[in-house]
Design a protein around this ligand. Structure first.
Ligand code: FPP
Ligand code: MG
Length: 304
């Protein structure tokens, strides 16, 4: 979307205004240290609804919720880097990161309350789902998860919920069939998380803006590792399980890369993401929105 760069600047300005409304210097200072990423959720919402003041404001609300969830997630994951910069918890400690998350989250809900009921319900339900997804993610880190369905359900909650709500809300604003767009966002969101988990393995720390190959150390047995577990022999399985939840040496990383490649685990994970991407396209095939098809394609082909 050509106009998206302009829209992005406008959305960030609205987010800053929302934060400034809280009238607290500490909050302003902490927020100034955060940065925005690709803003996929806003891109999606605007690609469905078109640009208007209420759509841009709703994007700012959704991006504040997304920022809040990442502030909390970095505390939960004990992550010290986000988008090639120190995370807020690394700079100011866990307490400040959690509280800034709370302020952003609460302000977003205050602004959301001005919207029609269907929109307020869609966004608030998705936040409940993403928080449940995060709990699932944390519990799944207790031991190596070998259950693909459980992993995919967690991705649907943790990541797809807010993406689905963004597409749904765009449709509600534009008076379109919101169920179709919700299904599109849901499938796109699952594909997005699978690709995210693939990139953790295939990309460098510099490209990712955070340490590479950190998922397994953080206790996340993502789809490529589940495939590896399914396909490995007994000795290899033992080796894989011994690497779960510990910091990896270079030799251990190398072992993982070799075996993931040997059993086509990355390739097949990308194929699974493509299946979800095709389902996403299927949901909106009669809607004639080429921007949404491009978003799916770019998401699958992305490198960070
Ligand atoms: C990133 O996952 C995390 C999420 C997509 C959701 C996090 C949700 C919460 C912490 C609960 C909601 C809280 C509020 C205040 C709305 P990841 O760790 O796999 O991705 P990463 O590698 O980018 O950290
Ligand atoms: Mg994380």
């Amino acid at each position: 979307m050509q106009d998206f760069e302009r829209a992005k600047t406008q959305i960030i300005a609205i987010m800053q205004q929302f934060v400034a409304d809280c009238r607290n210097e500490i909050v302003n200072e902490l927020f100034a240290k955060t940065s925005q990423g690709k803003m996929l959720r806003s891109k999606l919402l605007l690609a469905v609804s078109g640009i208007s003041e209420e759509a841009l404001k709703l994007c700012a609300i959704i991006e504040l919720i997304q920022s809040a969830s990442l502030l909390h997630d970095d505390v939960i994951d004990n992550a010290h880097t986000r988008r090639n910069s120190p995370s807020l918890n690394a700079l100011f400690g866990n307490k400040n990161a959690i509280m800034l998350g709370d302020v952003l989250y609460a302000k977003a809900f205050f602004e959301l309350s001005a919207y029609e009921r269907a929109i307020a319900k869609s966004v608030s339900d998705s936040v409940c789902r993403l928080a449940v997804g995060e709990i699932e993610d944390v519990f799944m880190a207790q031991s190596f998860n070998t259950d693909k369905m459980r992993y995919l359900q967690m991705c649907e909650l943790k990541t797809a919920a807010l993406i689905a709500a963004s597409a749904e809300c765009g449709a509600i604003l534009a008076g379109l069939d919101s169920q179709k767009y919700r299904a599109y966002g849901n499938n796109l969101g699952i594909a997005f998380q699978i690709i995210d988990d693939v990139l953790d393995i295939t990309q460098s720390a510099e490209t990712l803006g955070k340490p590479a190959m950190s998922d397994l150390s953080e206790g996340k047995s993502t789809l490529p590792y589940i495939y590896l577990y399914e396909r490995a022999n007994e000795a290899q399985r033992r080796e894989l399980l011994s690497l779960f939840g510990i910091p990896l040496s270079q030799a251990q990383e190398q072992w993982l890369r070799e075996h993931l490649q040997m059993y086509h685990c990355v390739q097949d994970s990308i194929a699974k993401a493509r299946e979800y991407a095709l389902s996403a396209l299927d949901s909106i095939q009669d809607e004639g929105n080429t921007q949404l098809s491009k978003i799916v394609q770019n998401m699958i082909e992305r490198e960070f």
